[in-house]
Ligand binder design. Structure first.
Ligand code: PEP
Length: 280
């Protein structure tokens, strides 16, 4: 199995700068581009896509790339990305260590396949599978305790945005998700701001709309956890990121990467999105 992926650490990553520097400076935060494959690609298709991406992006060392295939393709993708700088991520995890939970997957199971990241609180899980902030909090705690890096998704619905409640909603989601977490734990989380109205709809938040919410989130983190944690936290944008709009989004001061759904399933598109993060 892909032991190597288990051994990669945040601090060992060759980013453009040392992300442990304090200060609210984008340059201290290595870009992270994650592909959320959702319920697409069986293990053979997953292997082929991951292997091709690894070949195409072999020259990239300053951007962290995370592939999050479905559970059944994790092993295939893990072997496809062996000897690469890519990281493996899962799309969900259960909050218990083990037990009689039919159909669920534990953190240890993911770690044993070489997973380093796990998406928690995706809006599809919140809306379609009724995951509350409490459940998100339980999952975060377990993932962190077991050694997985969570990519925590937050974001408002269209109705909430139209009612002017975006900030209230993301603040509430953050509070609920982070309950009882130590500042050290919070520092290990990657956030993804994903306005629900932009996911899979082709409607992207404008770079300014996204940047404004990211700035709000960072200020809230600073109030609660201080400048170092807030300044080092990667906040990704997600919601219809495509090769055509990626650069404009990634150029924004507060946007530290992207969580890409649909466009991560296409080799050319995902390659272009990752390359958009170069030379910003
Ligand atoms: C997602 O699934 O997290 C996502 C942002 O999807 P899409 O890029 O397709 O909008």
């Amino acid at each position: 199995m892909n032991e190597k992926n288990n051994q990669k650490s945040e601090s060992g990553f060759k980013g453009p700068n040392n992300r442990h520097n304090s200060g609210m400076n984008k340059k201290t935060r290595p870009l992270l581009i994650a592909g959320n494959w959702k319920m697409f690609k069986d293990h053979k298709e997953g292997f082929a896509l991951a292997f091709a991406l690894k070949e195409r992006l072999a020259d990239i060392s300053t951007i962290q790339v995370v592939l999050c295939p479905p559970f059944t393709s994790l092993q295939a993708v893990s072997s496809a990305i062996e000897s690469s700088a890519f990281f493996l991520g899962a799309q969900n995890v259960h909050w218990e260590k083990e037990g009689a939970f039919t159909g669920e997957i534990s953190s240890q199971m993911l770690l044993s396949l070489g997973c380093k990241y796990v998406i928690i609180g995706h809006s599809e899980r919140r809306l379609l599978f009724h995951e509350s902030n409490k459940i998100v909090n339980l999952k975060l705690k377990t993932a962190l305790r077991e050694g997985l890096n969570p990519i925590l998704c937050i974001g408002e619905t269209l109705q909430e945005r139209e009612k002017g409640k975006t900030e209230e909603i993301v603040e509430e989601q953050l509070k609920g998700a982070f309950e009882d977490l130590t500042p050290e734990d919070v520092g290990k989380i990657v956030l993804a701001y994903e306005p629900v109205w932009a996911i899979g709809t082709g409607k992207t938040a404008t770079p300014k709309q996204a940047n404004d919410v990211h700035l709000f989130i960072r200020r809230k983190l600073e109030e609660r956890y201080g400048q170092e944690i807030a300044g080092n936290m990667r906040i990704l944008y997600g919601g219809s990121v495509k090769s055509e709009n990626a650069k404009d989004l990634l150029k924004e001061q507060e946007i530290d990467g992207a969580l890409v759904g649909g466009a991560s399933l296409d080799l050319d598109s995902f390659e272009k999105i990752v390359r958009s993060g170069l030379d910003l």
